[in-house]
Design a protein around this ligand. Structure first.
Ligand SMILES: [Zn+2]
Length: 166
C-alpha cells in the first residue's frame, strides 16, 4: 500500500475487517462480549464491532492480536485519533520502527503536549508490556512523560509527553 495516499482514502477502509462469522465470534468470545476500551458489554445494550487495533493496511497484521472488540462509540474515538493526529508522515515514521517501544518513542516525539489515550498507545505498541516500555522511555531516555488517570474522556487514562516549546 502507498502510505502517501492515506489522507485521500476513507478511514473506514483501513479498519474494515474481512472476517468470517466464526472468526468474529472467536474474537468477541475472547473479549467477553465487551468493549475492550470502556468495558461496557452487550448487556448495556451496545453494538459491538470487531475491528483492528492498528489499521490493517499499515501494520499488515491480520491475526488475532491486532483485533479487538469495541463498542461503536469507542470505535469512533479510536478511528478519529488516527484520522486527526496521525498524518501520513508520522504514520510512516512510527510504523517503520520494528519494536513496540521504538514505535511509542517516535509517536511521543511527534505528538508532544498531546493527550494520548492508553488504548491508542497499547494498540500502536502492539506489545503486552507497553506500560513498561513507557517507563523505560521516562527513566532511560528521560522523556518527560506524564500519566494522567482517568477522566471523562479517557476512561483508562492517558499519557502526555511534555516539552517546553509550548
Ligand atoms: Zn466502548
Amino acid at each position: 500500500m502507498n502510505i502517501n495516499n492515506f489522507q485521500n482514502l476513507d478511514l473506514e477502509e483501513y479498519f474494515k475487517t474481512d472476517l468470517k462469522v466464526k472468526d468474529l465470534y472467536r474474537i468477541r468470545f475472547r473479549d467477553n462480549f465487551s468493549c475492550r476500551i470502556c468495558d461496557k458489554s452487550v448487556k448495556d445494550n451496545l453494538n459491538l464491532t470487531v475491528t483492528f487495533k492498528c489499521p490493517i493496511n499499515l501494520e499488515g497484521k491480520t491475526y488475532d492480536s491486532n483485533l479487538w472488540t469495541l463498542c461503536n462509540e469507542c470505535v469512533y474515538i479510536h478511528k478519529n485519533f488516527f484520522g486527526k493526529n496521525l498524518n501520513p508522515k508520522i504514520i510512516e515514521k512510527v510504523f517503520s520502527e520494528k519494536t513496540g517501544s521504538k514505535r511509542l518513542k517516535v509517536l511521543f516525539y511527534n505528538l508532544p503536549n498531546k493527550n494520548i489515550s492508553s488504548n491508542i498507545l497499547e494498540s500502536i505498541a502492539g506489545i503486552k508490556n507497553w506500560k513498561k516500555a513507557i517507563r523505560k522511555l521516562k527513566n532511560k531516555d528521560n522523556l518527560d512523560i506524564l500519566w494522567i488517570s482517568q477522566n471523562n474522556i479517557f476512561e483508562k487514562g492517558y499519557y502526555i509527553f511534555k516539552t517546553k516549546e509550548n
